[in-house]
Design a protein around this ligand. Structure first.
Ligand code: SF4
Length: 363
């Protein structure tokens, strides 16, 4: 019988606090709240979450206005009640979260602290990382906001116990970035500042830097693969998201990208990040669709059959495997899975093969 994600309000020991702020309070993803048994429920198809994602919280909300984001200032409503990456993020005292992470330590492989755009967020992220590090040796990532940071902040974060940096560039081209995160939405973010920070993060953290990219903001497949290659060339890996329209956001009427497009980007990212191929081994149509890869059929088959390129890309745990697997952050449970939070099964691989629509050639 098909399992469904069951969420019940009853039995929750802690009710979300609506007006308390970081660093003493944080929001946590619905999946993390379930993993820490703050909310009851189970994941579709038995998925498990390995990374506790925490989000800073302020009553004024985020000062930025990214068009696709559930937390943008123009979305309206109560900021702390707005969804983010499709799901709710209830608020809890940090002390309670830390106590629960200690209690359920065996199932947690990483913690991620996500900033929002507030100058105060830098120091608060450092404080939160330090408080967690004082009690737990689990690896900690920070998803940072370059607009309010400098190189010294990156160093201070590392000194506080953070070992991995994520930078959400999100849009694949300077024009799309400016349209959806910068001047186009009266937002503060700048493409050049974001990439300058990625380069500084690589200097401070080495290869423990990941760039987040959202597929489906209007870029071509070539645009997206070019920026994945660029990130790789400067020393950062890439973590993929599939655009999902947040209700009442500025892009609520936009559609997610076709699954075929997403699958091709996933395999291209894998080939580039694993240093198996580069963009020079890929051919594109005049419209910018990935048409063919220069790879032997045997190797390609082996890679597809492994299912790994189609699993969520994100920060690793101590075992080297992706810990931040974000179950169902890009689609509702029961819809076509974009990022598999577990190894795809035989039936999944069969479906993926149909979705890929990609030629394999040797040239
Ligand atoms: S800065 Fe981050 S949290 Fe704020 S609106 Fe942009 S994407 Fe959303």
């Amino acid at each position: 019988m098909k399992e469904v994600l069951i969420l019940m309000e009853a039995g929750c020991e802690l009710q979300p606090q609506l007006s308390f702020e970081s660093p003493d309070y944080v929001r946590t993803s619905l999946a993390a709240a379930m993993t820490l048994k703050l909310l009851p429920g189970r994941f579709y198809r038995g998925a498990k979450l390995y990374c506790i994602n925490l989000l800073l919280t302020y009553s004024e909300g985020c000062a930025a206005n990214c068009a696709y984001c559930g937390l943008s200032r123009s979305r309206g409503g109560q900021w702390v009640e707005n969804s983010f990456i499709r799901v709710d993020w209830p608020t809890y005292p940090l002390t309670e979260i830390i106590d629960r992470m200690i209690k359920y330590k065996r199932s947690i492989r990483r913690v991620c602290v996500s900033m929002i755009t507030r100058p105060k967020a830098v120091q608060d992220t450092i404080t939160i990382v330090r408080r967690i590090r004082d009690k737990l040796d689990t690896p900690i990532s920070a998803l940072i906001t370059p607009t309010v940071m400098n190189r010294r902040d990156l160093e201070a974060l590392k000194e506080s116990g953070c070992d991995h940096i994520g930078v959400a560039i999100d849009a694949a081209t300077p024009d799309l970035f400016d349209k959806y995160r910068g001047t186009g939405v009266k937002g503060p973010h700048k493409w050049d500042k974001y990439w300058e920070t990625v380069k500084q993060a690589v200097e401070v953290y080495g290869d423990a830097v990941g760039v987040h990219l959202i597929v489906g903001l209007g870029e071509t497949e070539k645009d997206m693969i070019e920026i994945i290659q660029y990130a790789q060339d400067i020393g950062a890996s890439t973590h993929l998201f599939s655009f999902y329209p947040e209700e009442n956001s500025q892009m609520s009427n936009y559609q997610p990208p076709p699954i075929e497009q997403y699958r091709r980007i996933q395999i291209a990212r894998y080939l580039i990040n694993e240093k198996i191929k580069t963009i020079h081994d890929m051919k594109f149509t005049p419209e910018g669709r990935l048409e063919a890869v220069n790879i032997s059929l045997e190797e390609f088959e082996r890679i597809v059959e492994s299912g790994i390129p189609f699993m969520t890309s994100g920060c690793p745990g101590v075992n080297g495997e992706v810990a931040c697997n974000r179950p169902y952050a890009n689609e509702k449970p029961g819809e076509v899975i974009r990022n598999y939070p577990f190894k795809p099964g035989k039936t999944d691989i069969k479906l993926i093969r149909k979705q890929l629509k990609l030629k394999v050639q040797s040239w």
